[in-house]
Design a protein around this ligand. Structure first.
Ligand code: TXA
Ligand code: MG
Length: 347
């Protein structure tokens, strides 16, 4: 298949909307990461999404909407806390898991009786959904298991030859995916941390739980409340190691040097402030603070991979605010390889 990469002018948007109406797939920008969209009411289009990504069939998709009429097509009921969260954070990087109607194809929910819905903020995403006139089912537009794409070039790397159209809307602002929240229990529960922080949700709704898989490997894969958490995620080709605890910077530099001496090609992913302490070592700076780490993590992993790295070392950040989403993605990219002398079973 020939893949077109186009800007986001009116004609390209019209072409994208037409493709979606006909059951085709379009990669498009959102404020979080690029999505791989198809008609969310058409089971064949949904199947094509799984095929293009090589995505396991048990990992359900998010339906993207651009008005409340589309929400009514998809969900049976909206509990009060979910309604308030939607009013406060939509359009934006919040995904609500709610009871699904019979209109939602089984392939979207992977057989669950709930559906995940989000109203993205990005104007191109909204225009595409409105012109297509249907909810758009869209996972992140990466090949399954790879870091999510945060620019059109990253989508091209994974999807060239597999889909007809990529809409290039420049780099994504947030850089990690939406926050997925379930509203079925007594308290709302964050199943996947993301662009809306726990603190922001709590200031609106009171206490919000965070599923223990946010920062820990699942002991029992079948216990995943969000099936996507069972699978290996966000993995670059290089081995990623997260370093935390006392003296983390010095220990990271020592690990780098040992890797180098053993014939490896180590890289550091590091904050702007720490870079001057790393000497002549190979490094990439993500900027400063957790939100910048979140914004640049996926693209940095891809860039460092392209340089032929065998190992990538990155310091942990405090899991507060956007730090929770950043650490969730970083730990998964590392397959939970953590150097921490305070954890007896840390390695
Ligand atoms: O920001 C985002 O959310 C991006 C952009 C494109 O909107 N999309 C995205 O989709 O990240 P994806 O497919 O990569 O991740 C969807 C997540 C998975 O962890 C999946 O398991 C979870 O949402 N999910 C979907 N439906 C669910 C459901 N009914 N119950 C629990 N989790 C669900
Ligand atoms: Mg994804």
């Amino acid at each position: 298949m020939n893949t077109l990469m186009r800007g986001c002018d009116e004609e390209s948007l019209r072409l994208g909307a037409q493709l979606i109406k006909q059951g085709g797939l379009v990669a498009f920008p959102t404020e979080t990461v690029y999505g791989l969209g198809g008609d969310g009411l058409n089971p064949h289009a949904v199947q094509a999404i799984y095929a293009a990504k090589g995505r396991p069939a048990d990992n359900p998709l998010i339906e993207h909407i651009a008005d409340y009429g589309m929400l009514e097509l998809l969900v049976q009921t909206t509990p009060e806390p979910a309604r308030r969260a939607m009013e406060a954070f939509w359009p934006g990087p919040l995904t609500c898991v709610l009871p699904a109607t019979a209109r939602v194809p089984r392939a979207v929910t992977a057989g669950l009786d709930t559906v995940a819905v989000r109203w993205p903020e990005h104007p191109v995403a909204q225009a595409l959904i409105l012109q297509a006139g249907v909810p758009v089912a869209a996972p992140s537009a990466n090949a399954s298991g790879r870091p999510s794409p945060t620019c059109a070039q990253d989508v091209w790397e994974d999807m060239e030859g597999r889909i007809p159209l990529i809409l290039d809307g420049g780099p994504c602002r947030v850089g990690v995916e939406s926050t997925v929240v379930a509203f079925s229990g007594e308290r709302p529960m964050i199943l996947r941390p993301g662009g809306i922080t726990r603190e922001a949700l709590e200031s609106l709704l009171g206490p919000v739980d965070v599923h223990q898989s946010a920062l820990n490997a699942l002991q029992e894969p079948s216990a995943a409340p969000s099936p996507g958490m069972r699978h290996r995620h966000y993995a670059p080709k290089a081995q990623v190691t997260v370093v935390r605890g006392p003296g983390a910077l010095e220990r990271m530099l020592a690990a780098y040097d040992a890797c180098q001496a053993a014939g490896g090609v180590p890289w550091l992913l590091i904050s702007e402030m720490a870079r001057s302490r790393c000497g002549e070592r190979r490094l990439m700076s993500y900027g400063e603070g957790a939100a910048q780490l979140a914004a640049h993590l996926f693209h940095s992993l891809r860039l460092i991979d392209a340089k032929g790295a065998t190992h990538i070392y990155c310091l942990a950040v405090d899991p507060q605010g956007m730090g929770l989403a950043a650490m969730n993605r970083l730990l998964r990219a590392a397959d939970f390889d953590v150097m921490d002398p305070q954890e007896e079973d840390g390695r």
